[in-house]
Design a binder for this molecule. Structure first.
Ligand SMILES: Nc1ncnc2c1ncn2[C@@H]1O[C@H](COP(=O)(O)OP(=O)(O)OP(=O)(O)O)[C@@H](O)[C@H]1O
Length: 284
Protein backbone atom coordinates (compact mmCIF):
# COMPACT_ATOMS: atom_id res chain seq x y z
CA UNK A 1 0.00 0.00 0.00
CA UNK A 2 1.34 3.47 -0.83
CA UNK A 3 2.46 5.83 1.91
CA UNK A 4 -0.06 8.42 3.13
CA UNK A 5 0.02 11.78 1.41
CA UNK A 6 -1.71 13.52 4.34
CA UNK A 7 -1.88 12.33 7.87
CA UNK A 8 -3.20 13.49 11.22
CA UNK A 9 -1.49 11.91 14.23
CA UNK A 10 -3.20 12.22 17.57
CA UNK A 11 -4.12 15.84 16.87
CA UNK A 12 -5.43 17.99 19.70
CA UNK A 13 -6.52 21.56 19.16
CA UNK A 14 -8.43 24.29 20.95
CA UNK A 15 -9.03 27.94 20.12
CA UNK A 16 -7.68 30.40 22.63
CA UNK A 17 -9.78 30.70 25.79
CA UNK A 18 -12.19 28.05 24.53
CA UNK A 19 -12.93 24.39 25.10
CA UNK A 20 -10.91 21.83 23.11
CA UNK A 21 -12.23 21.40 19.57
CA UNK A 22 -10.22 18.36 18.43
CA UNK A 23 -9.20 15.57 20.77
CA UNK A 24 -6.86 12.85 19.54
CA UNK A 25 -7.75 12.88 15.85
CA UNK A 26 -5.79 10.40 13.73
CA UNK A 27 -6.20 9.30 10.11
CA UNK A 28 -4.15 8.78 6.98
CA UNK A 29 -5.12 9.73 3.44
CA UNK A 30 -3.43 7.67 0.74
CA UNK A 31 -2.72 9.02 -2.76
CA UNK A 32 -5.66 8.68 -5.11
CA UNK A 33 -8.08 7.73 -2.32
CA UNK A 34 -10.49 10.44 -1.38
CA UNK A 35 -11.75 10.94 2.12
CA UNK A 36 -14.85 12.62 3.51
CA UNK A 37 -15.00 14.31 6.89
CA UNK A 38 -18.55 14.30 8.15
CA UNK A 39 -20.23 15.25 11.40
CA UNK A 40 -22.81 17.58 12.84
CA UNK A 41 -22.37 21.32 12.91
CA UNK A 42 -19.66 22.27 15.40
CA UNK A 43 -18.01 18.82 15.34
CA UNK A 44 -14.70 20.38 14.27
CA UNK A 45 -14.58 19.57 10.55
CA UNK A 46 -13.59 23.01 9.31
CA UNK A 47 -11.06 23.36 12.11
CA UNK A 48 -9.49 20.06 11.07
CA UNK A 49 -9.35 21.22 7.46
CA UNK A 50 -7.61 24.41 8.60
CA UNK A 51 -4.99 22.33 10.38
CA UNK A 52 -4.52 20.14 7.29
CA UNK A 53 -3.96 23.35 5.35
CA UNK A 54 -1.40 24.64 7.79
CA UNK A 55 -3.57 27.66 8.65
CA UNK A 56 -3.44 26.65 12.31
CA UNK A 57 -1.08 24.35 14.20
CA UNK A 58 -2.11 21.47 16.45
CA UNK A 59 -1.80 22.06 20.19
CA UNK A 60 -0.25 18.61 20.29
CA UNK A 61 0.12 15.79 17.79
CA UNK A 62 1.08 16.40 14.18
CA UNK A 63 -0.10 16.92 10.63
CA UNK A 64 2.14 15.24 8.07
CA UNK A 65 2.38 15.93 4.35
CA UNK A 66 4.28 13.34 2.32
CA UNK A 67 5.50 11.74 5.53
CA UNK A 68 7.01 14.91 7.00
CA UNK A 69 5.54 17.18 9.62
CA UNK A 70 3.91 20.18 8.02
CA UNK A 71 6.07 23.24 8.54
CA UNK A 72 5.08 26.22 6.44
CA UNK A 73 7.66 28.54 8.02
CA UNK A 74 10.24 27.10 5.67
CA UNK A 75 9.78 28.74 2.25
CA UNK A 76 10.77 25.73 0.15
CA UNK A 77 8.46 23.43 2.12
CA UNK A 78 5.68 25.99 1.88
CA UNK A 79 5.98 26.21 -1.90
CA UNK A 80 6.07 22.44 -2.18
CA UNK A 81 2.95 22.18 -0.03
CA UNK A 82 1.06 24.93 -1.86
CA UNK A 83 1.91 23.32 -5.17
CA UNK A 84 0.69 19.95 -3.95
CA UNK A 85 -2.39 20.95 -1.99
CA UNK A 86 -5.09 23.31 -3.21
CA UNK A 87 -8.51 24.23 -1.87
CA UNK A 88 -12.09 24.80 -2.91
CA UNK A 89 -14.34 26.62 -0.47
CA UNK A 90 -18.05 26.60 0.11
CA UNK A 91 -19.11 29.97 -1.15
CA UNK A 92 -18.25 30.77 -4.76
CA UNK A 93 -19.57 34.31 -4.23
CA UNK A 94 -17.09 35.34 -1.56
CA UNK A 95 -14.12 33.18 -2.58
CA UNK A 96 -13.48 35.01 -5.87
CA UNK A 97 -12.19 38.58 -5.92
CA UNK A 98 -14.91 40.59 -7.74
CA UNK A 99 -12.39 43.17 -9.00
CA UNK A 100 -10.25 40.70 -10.87
CA UNK A 101 -10.83 39.12 -14.22
CA UNK A 102 -11.21 35.35 -14.25
CA UNK A 103 -7.84 34.99 -16.02
CA UNK A 104 -6.13 36.69 -13.08
CA UNK A 105 -8.08 34.71 -10.49
CA UNK A 106 -7.35 31.34 -12.05
CA UNK A 107 -3.68 32.23 -12.63
CA UNK A 108 -3.13 33.24 -9.01
CA UNK A 109 -1.59 29.92 -7.82
CA UNK A 110 0.78 29.92 -10.82
CA UNK A 111 1.95 33.43 -10.00
CA UNK A 112 2.29 32.89 -6.27
CA UNK A 113 4.19 29.68 -6.88
CA UNK A 114 6.44 31.40 -9.41
CA UNK A 115 5.70 29.81 -12.74
CA UNK A 116 8.97 28.77 -14.25
CA UNK A 117 10.57 27.15 -11.29
CA UNK A 118 8.09 25.38 -9.07
CA UNK A 119 5.58 24.42 -11.71
CA UNK A 120 7.63 23.80 -14.80
CA UNK A 121 10.16 21.30 -13.52
CA UNK A 122 7.33 19.06 -12.43
CA UNK A 123 5.85 19.07 -15.91
CA UNK A 124 8.80 17.18 -17.26
CA UNK A 125 7.79 14.12 -15.26
CA UNK A 126 4.07 14.22 -15.85
CA UNK A 127 1.86 14.18 -18.82
CA UNK A 128 -1.39 15.93 -18.14
CA UNK A 129 -4.08 17.93 -19.81
CA UNK A 130 -2.26 21.09 -18.93
CA UNK A 131 0.64 20.45 -21.25
CA UNK A 132 4.32 20.02 -20.66
CA UNK A 133 6.15 23.14 -21.74
CA UNK A 134 9.26 23.84 -19.77
CA UNK A 135 9.55 27.39 -18.58
CA UNK A 136 12.90 27.98 -17.01
CA UNK A 137 14.03 30.98 -15.01
CA UNK A 138 15.61 32.58 -18.08
CA UNK A 139 12.45 32.50 -20.15
CA UNK A 140 11.19 35.93 -21.16
CA UNK A 141 8.31 37.68 -19.48
CA UNK A 142 6.23 37.44 -22.67
CA UNK A 143 6.76 33.70 -22.90
CA UNK A 144 5.86 33.33 -19.25
CA UNK A 145 2.64 35.25 -19.74
CA UNK A 146 1.79 33.16 -22.79
CA UNK A 147 2.42 30.01 -20.76
CA UNK A 148 0.22 31.26 -17.93
CA UNK A 149 -2.51 32.13 -20.42
CA UNK A 150 -2.26 28.68 -21.97
CA UNK A 151 -2.56 26.96 -18.61
CA UNK A 152 -5.50 29.12 -17.57
CA UNK A 153 -7.32 28.32 -20.82
CA UNK A 154 -6.64 24.60 -20.33
CA UNK A 155 -7.88 24.72 -16.72
CA UNK A 156 -11.05 26.57 -17.77
CA UNK A 157 -11.59 23.99 -20.49
CA UNK A 158 -11.19 21.17 -17.94
CA UNK A 159 -14.01 22.60 -15.85
CA UNK A 160 -16.28 23.15 -18.85
CA UNK A 161 -15.88 26.91 -19.26
CA UNK A 162 -15.12 28.58 -22.60
CA UNK A 163 -11.79 30.33 -23.18
CA UNK A 164 -13.49 33.75 -23.31
CA UNK A 165 -14.53 33.32 -19.67
CA UNK A 166 -10.98 34.40 -18.90
CA UNK A 167 -11.70 38.00 -19.85
CA UNK A 168 -14.83 38.38 -17.76
CA UNK A 169 -15.49 39.15 -14.08
CA UNK A 170 -17.00 36.81 -11.45
CA UNK A 171 -20.31 38.72 -11.25
CA UNK A 172 -21.00 37.77 -14.86
CA UNK A 173 -21.30 34.10 -13.85
CA UNK A 174 -23.86 31.95 -12.05
CA UNK A 175 -23.08 30.25 -8.72
CA UNK A 176 -22.27 26.95 -10.43
CA UNK A 177 -20.03 28.67 -12.99
CA UNK A 178 -18.26 30.53 -10.19
CA UNK A 179 -17.58 27.27 -8.45
CA UNK A 180 -16.15 25.99 -11.74
CA UNK A 181 -13.85 29.02 -11.77
CA UNK A 182 -12.79 28.22 -8.19
CA UNK A 183 -12.10 24.63 -9.22
CA UNK A 184 -10.11 25.81 -12.27
CA UNK A 185 -7.99 27.94 -9.92
CA UNK A 186 -7.50 24.93 -7.66
CA UNK A 187 -6.32 22.60 -10.44
CA UNK A 188 -4.30 25.03 -12.57
CA UNK A 189 -1.01 24.12 -10.88
CA UNK A 190 -1.82 20.40 -11.02
CA UNK A 191 -2.02 19.72 -7.30
CA UNK A 192 -2.03 16.21 -5.88
CA UNK A 193 -4.56 16.98 -3.18
CA UNK A 194 -7.74 19.02 -3.16
CA UNK A 195 -9.11 20.09 0.21
CA UNK A 196 -12.74 21.02 -0.20
CA UNK A 197 -14.95 22.56 2.48
CA UNK A 198 -18.61 22.00 1.60
CA UNK A 199 -17.85 22.66 -2.07
CA UNK A 200 -21.42 22.30 -3.31
CA UNK A 201 -23.62 23.20 -0.35
CA UNK A 202 -24.18 26.79 -1.50
CA UNK A 203 -25.52 25.62 -4.86
CA UNK A 204 -29.02 24.62 -5.92
CA UNK A 205 -29.69 20.92 -6.30
CA UNK A 206 -29.31 20.64 -10.08
CA UNK A 207 -26.10 22.64 -10.10
CA UNK A 208 -24.84 20.60 -7.16
CA UNK A 209 -25.14 17.39 -9.17
CA UNK A 210 -23.22 18.92 -12.08
CA UNK A 211 -20.39 20.14 -9.86
CA UNK A 212 -20.18 16.79 -8.05
CA UNK A 213 -19.96 15.08 -11.46
CA UNK A 214 -17.21 17.50 -12.48
CA UNK A 215 -15.23 16.85 -9.28
CA UNK A 216 -15.66 13.10 -9.74
CA UNK A 217 -14.38 13.34 -13.32
CA UNK A 218 -11.39 15.48 -12.35
CA UNK A 219 -10.39 13.19 -9.50
CA UNK A 220 -10.66 10.15 -11.75
CA UNK A 221 -8.79 11.67 -14.68
CA UNK A 222 -6.03 13.30 -12.66
CA UNK A 223 -5.68 10.78 -9.87
CA UNK A 224 -6.39 13.65 -7.45
CA UNK A 225 -6.77 12.94 -3.77
CA UNK A 226 -9.72 14.80 -2.27
CA UNK A 227 -10.34 15.48 1.39
CA UNK A 228 -13.81 16.88 1.64
CA UNK A 229 -15.94 18.27 4.42
CA UNK A 230 -19.62 17.87 3.70
CA UNK A 231 -22.96 17.60 5.42
CA UNK A 232 -24.36 15.80 2.43
CA UNK A 233 -23.84 12.04 2.67
CA UNK A 234 -25.09 11.61 -0.91
CA UNK A 235 -22.32 13.90 -2.15
CA UNK A 236 -19.58 12.18 -0.15
CA UNK A 237 -20.81 8.74 -1.24
CA UNK A 238 -20.46 9.83 -4.86
CA UNK A 239 -17.01 11.35 -4.51
CA UNK A 240 -15.11 9.59 -1.74
CA UNK A 241 -13.88 6.08 -1.02
CA UNK A 242 -13.20 6.63 2.68
CA UNK A 243 -15.00 8.46 5.44
CA UNK A 244 -14.19 9.70 8.93
CA UNK A 245 -17.08 10.57 11.22
CA UNK A 246 -16.34 13.35 13.68
CA UNK A 247 -18.36 13.85 16.84
CA UNK A 248 -17.40 16.73 19.12
CA UNK A 249 -13.77 16.65 18.04
CA UNK A 250 -13.29 12.89 18.08
CA UNK A 251 -13.36 10.42 15.22
CA UNK A 252 -15.97 7.89 16.26
CA UNK A 253 -15.90 5.81 13.10
CA UNK A 254 -13.87 5.62 9.93
CA UNK A 255 -13.29 3.27 7.05
CA UNK A 256 -14.47 2.49 3.53
CA UNK A 257 -17.50 4.61 2.78
CA UNK A 258 -19.68 1.75 1.55
CA UNK A 259 -19.04 -0.14 4.79
CA UNK A 260 -19.52 2.82 7.13
CA UNK A 261 -22.66 4.11 5.44
CA UNK A 262 -23.95 0.62 4.62
CA UNK A 263 -23.58 -0.81 8.11
CA UNK A 264 -22.59 1.91 10.57
CA UNK A 265 -21.28 0.59 13.84
CA UNK A 266 -21.47 3.79 15.93
CA UNK A 267 -24.81 5.22 17.12
CA UNK A 268 -23.70 8.74 16.12
CA UNK A 269 -23.11 7.59 12.52
CA UNK A 270 -26.50 5.89 12.52
CA UNK A 271 -28.08 9.15 13.68
CA UNK A 272 -26.30 11.14 10.98
CA UNK A 273 -27.55 8.72 8.33
CA UNK A 274 -31.06 8.75 9.75
CA UNK A 275 -31.15 12.55 9.70
CA UNK A 276 -29.84 12.80 6.13
CA UNK A 277 -32.46 14.08 3.66
CA UNK A 278 -32.13 10.85 1.70
CA UNK A 279 -29.97 7.83 2.06
CA UNK A 280 -27.03 7.71 -0.31
CA UNK A 281 -27.71 5.29 -3.07
CA UNK A 282 -24.09 4.18 -3.36
CA UNK A 283 -21.34 5.37 -5.62
CA UNK A 284 -22.25 6.20 -9.17
N1 LIG B 1 -12.12 31.14 15.40
C1 LIG B 1 -12.73 30.47 16.39
N2 LIG B 1 -12.60 30.84 17.67
C2 LIG B 1 -13.17 30.16 18.68
N3 LIG B 1 -13.94 29.06 18.49
C3 LIG B 1 -14.11 28.64 17.22
C4 LIG B 1 -13.52 29.31 16.10
N4 LIG B 1 -13.87 28.65 14.97
C5 LIG B 1 -14.65 27.61 15.35
N5 LIG B 1 -14.78 27.60 16.70
C6 LIG B 1 -15.52 26.61 17.50
O1 LIG B 1 -14.94 25.34 17.26
C7 LIG B 1 -15.95 24.34 17.19
C8 LIG B 1 -15.81 23.59 15.87
O2 LIG B 1 -16.09 24.47 14.81
P1 LIG B 1 -15.91 24.05 13.28
O3 LIG B 1 -16.25 25.23 12.44
O4 LIG B 1 -14.59 23.43 13.09
O5 LIG B 1 -17.05 22.92 13.17
P2 LIG B 1 -17.69 22.30 11.87
O6 LIG B 1 -17.85 20.86 12.16
O7 LIG B 1 -16.95 22.68 10.66
O8 LIG B 1 -19.14 23.02 11.89
P3 LIG B 1 -20.04 23.49 10.63
O9 LIG B 1 -20.48 22.22 9.97
O10 LIG B 1 -21.18 24.21 11.28
O11 LIG B 1 -19.20 24.35 9.77
C9 LIG B 1 -17.28 25.04 17.36
O12 LIG B 1 -17.67 24.91 18.71
C10 LIG B 1 -16.96 26.49 17.04
O13 LIG B 1 -17.80 27.34 17.77
Amino acid sequence: MSDPILEARDVHFGYRHAAPVLAGVSFAVRPGRSMALVGESGAGKTTLLRLLLGLARPGSGAILFDGRELDLRDRARRLEFRRGVQTVFQDPYSSLDPRQRVSRIVAEPLRSLGLGSAVADRDTSRSSGLGSAIVGPDVSRTDRQAEIRRRVTAALDSVGLPADAADRYPHEFSGGQRQRIAIARAIVCEPRVLLADEPVSALDVTTRVRIVDLLAELTRERGLTVVMVSHDLGVVATLCEDIAVLERGRIVERGAIDTVLGSPSHPYTRRLIASAPRLPSGRS
